[in-house]
Design a protein. Structure first.
Length: 355
């Protein structure tokens, strides 16, 4: 179990007086898919409920950084951010806010002038959470930077601090630091869980989840209809807010038990209930959002029919969009391929798996 850290633990010691002139770093981080959903937050990125996710393997952000020592440290972080070869001012705005939140925890940040170059291994607007992998990769760079200046941290602390920083960029990014299964947010029954950072699943995972698949069916690759900021804000005044908190807490306990024992039926029931509840919350917000498309529902209903007929362990989850994530054990790959070919023959697919 990971020991509990407080905000104070993430403050860094004083920098040495002779800093290196230039530092070059490169890190990558995968995206993740939430099974217990994070939807609703308060204060500075404090989640309303604990969430649990699978870290993916192939869908990653790769970021390089070059930091050159400034003559004198400034009051502001000086940087340029290039995404897929082009300077990206939209990302710079978000990262500027992020740096404002984390500068106190990475004291060397303002002593250098930065240039970041970043790319994703998955298609743009594919519905894969690029803010999760993007802020996780950036946070890992900041941790390597700090260790270059101050000496190496113990691996667990370095990852926990990277997760702490990543959360301040985007909540779900906190869950992209550790491989496998991550839990972010305090839960009364999970020792070591914290609102400040994610932890790796603190129990034994049943082997049925080894190399577990997440195939993302791209129903719609258009721009997101509801931004995460807007989505989280809708929960503040939502009539079902308190029920959501208690259901999420219970679902977490049931899902954890199913992951330990390998009970795929219970696993699927909870994962699908969480996906539908996320969408139900959006459909009952003020204003409301209907994010599913006809093909989303078509695929879900056909999947359920097929599953009932053939008794196969293939389940779905949804993000805040129309795309469907199919979750299943390694053993079902060929059958899922056939099923999709019959139901949505032209559809684009990203084949990923749990790291
Ligand atoms: C999740 N989502 O748990 C949920 C489920 C989307 C649906 O976290 O405002 O981009 O940056 O903390 O992490 C999307 O929200 O939100 C999200 P911010 P984030 O993955």
């Amino acid at each position: 179990m990971i020991k509990q850290f407080s905000i104070e633990d993430f403050r860094s010691p004083q920098l040495p007086s002779n800093l290196p002139e230039a530092i070059q770093l490169r890190e990558e981080a995968p995206s993740n898919i939430a099974l217990i959903k994070y939807w609703g937050k308060s204060g500075l990125q404090i989640p309303m409920n604990a969430s649990l996710s699978f870290t993916l393997s192939e869908s990653k952000t790769v970021t390089g950084a070059r930091a050159v020592l400034r003559e004198k440290a400034g009051d502001d972080v000086r940087f340029e951010f290039y995404f897929e070869g082009r300077r990206n001012k939209d990302f710079e705005k978000k990262i500027h806010t992020f740096f404002g939140r984390i500068a106190d925890y990475i004291p060397g940040l303002k002593a250098y002038e930065w240039r970041f170059e970043s790319r994703n291994t998955f298609p743009h607007s594919s519905g894969i959470a690029s803010s999760a992998s993007g802020f996780a990769a950036l946070s890992k760079i900041l941790l390597s930077f700090e260790q270059t200046l101050l000496g190496t941290y113990d691996d667990t602390f370095a990852s926990v601090k990277a997760s702490f920083l990543a959360r301040l960029g985007s909540g779900s990014a906190s869950r992209s630091i550790f491989p496998g299964i991550n839990i972010w947010g305090h839960h009364p029954d999970i020792p070591g869980s914290s609102d400040l950072y994610a932890i790796p699943f603190p129990y034994e995972v049943h082997p049925v989840f080894d190399h577990f698949r997440d195939w993302i069916v791209l129903i719609d690759s258009g721009k997101k209809q509801v931004s995460s900021t807007q989505g989280h804000a809708l929960i503040d005044t939502h009539p079902f807010k308190n029920q959501r908190i208690s259901v999420a807490e219970k679902n977490m306990n049931t899902l954890i038990a199913a992951i330990k024992t390998g009970d795929l039926e219970v696993f699927g029931r909870i994962v699908e209930a969480e996906a539908l509840m996320l969408h139900a919350l959006m459909m009952t917000s003020e204003p409301d959002f209907i994010l599913m498309k006809p093909d989303t529902l078509h695929l879900i209903l056909e999947l359920r029919r097929w599953r009932a007929d053939e008794k196969i362990p293939v389940f779905f989850t949804l993000d805040a969009g129309a795309n469907v994530h199919l979750l299943f054990p390694d053993s079902q790959v060929n059958r899922v391929e056939h099923f999709l070919g019959a139901i949505l023959p032209q559809v684009k697919l990203i084949r990923d798996f749990v790291q």
